[in-house]
Design a protein around this ligand. Sequence first.
Ligand SMILES: [Zn+2]
Length: 313
Amino acid sequence: MATGLIFSETFLYHNSNPLIPHYENSDRLIACMNLLQKSKYYSLLRKPEIKDISSDLIKQIHSEDHLQKIENSKGKRGYFDSDTPFTEKSWISAFKAASSGLTMVDALLEGKIKNGFSLLRPPGHHAERDRIMGFCILNNIAVATKYLQIKGFKKVFILDWDVHHGNGTQEIFYEDPSVFYLSIHQFPFYPMTGLSTEIGEGIGIGTTKNIPLQANTENFKYIEIFKNSVVPTIEKFNPEVILISAGFDAHKKDPLGGMKITTEGFEKLTRIVLECAKHVCQGRVLSFLEGGYDIPSLSESVEAHVAVLNSFS
Ligand SMILES: [Zn+2]
């Protein structure tokens, strides 16, 4: 089988105005695509056309008010919050990014791919049910999870290794015992959530796990935690599919993050998760880009990540 790669020119529409410089800009994806296209496995990747998402599906994750804010941004420039600007066509990028997951899930169910990576923007894991924040408009991985549930998946594991805590994804599934949310992130750090005491609520207690780490954590520590804590947690939950919120802003060269993972480190972390997925969920792993703001390190890390996905497909 194959590895899926989702990319769309529409992802470049968001914040395309050079008068509004921003770390989260379209050059990030262009650099990743340039590098992927040079890889020897690029022609082997399946590249499904992104489907259109129904507003009914998005409404199962986000509030009417949230969608209205996006509706009101059409054709305009402004800010959703202090660090989340929008331009005239940002809403198109946001909806297409949120459609990536369902496109990937359909390809998985049709047997066309075994795993996949969505090279998308804007990222999603800070977007809460009713709040646009932290560069994130719609919660892409949450929409994908909801779609998997609609398609009959009973247990979904979300692993979030972005340097920031995915407050939005955690909030959305905090009381859902069928979705395990595990985040490993720098703390104290934006958005200041993700303490180890945050473990879920109600019937969801025990299916949220936070691993806050001090700044300057290096590869070996991440690898140790992945082997001794992340993998056993996945094995115990025994999901049918693993989703990754793959941010690469814990890279040592990232201008926003304060961690010390290298490109080789991300390659190793990907391999650990794929080895685990092989015996837990028949290798089903769908990964979604989140952060990563040093463009050379981001593109190299994304290429290393996709190369491992491809080697397991
Ligand atoms: Zn981040």
